[in-house]
Ligand binder design. Sequence first.
Ligand code: 4NP
Length: 154
Amino acid sequence: MRVLFVCLGNICRSPTAEGVLRHQLQRTGLADQVEVASAGTGDWHVGKAPDARTCKAALARGYDLSAQRAQQVKAGHFGEYDLVLAMDASNLADLKAIRPPASKGELDLFLRRYDGALDEVPDPYYGGAAGFEQVLDLIELACEQLVDEIRGRL
Ligand code: 4NP
């Protein structure tokens, strides 16, 4: 199974989700059966490591994101990934606009799929440190439920 997380810049929210899900899959022994990646709808940060604030907040909870590099999402990704999960409604709208009509990959708003306080992961880029903690809180909870879903689908 293949999962792709998508945000705007691919340097804050979706790299966090990639790192958290990969970590949780390793912990539950499912890592060999699932490929996890992330991408941005924008191209400004392509080839860059995640934002330093994102890396710092993630590392404090045990997630090392330093090897990840930003990429821009492409129409072809819909043929490669079973599940494409958008961080906010704007990302989802942008993805719907480039999704090939016949693509089999499922496209959804990440948090709406699972039980939690919010439907969207708020963009932390222009805010303070608390925003990066909130991103981690929301993503950790949703990824636990995503792991349960993946286990049921494998
Ligand atoms: P992300 O956050 O979509 O969670 O990676 C952002 C990163 C960069 C920008 C905006 C949001 N930016 O405008 O460069």
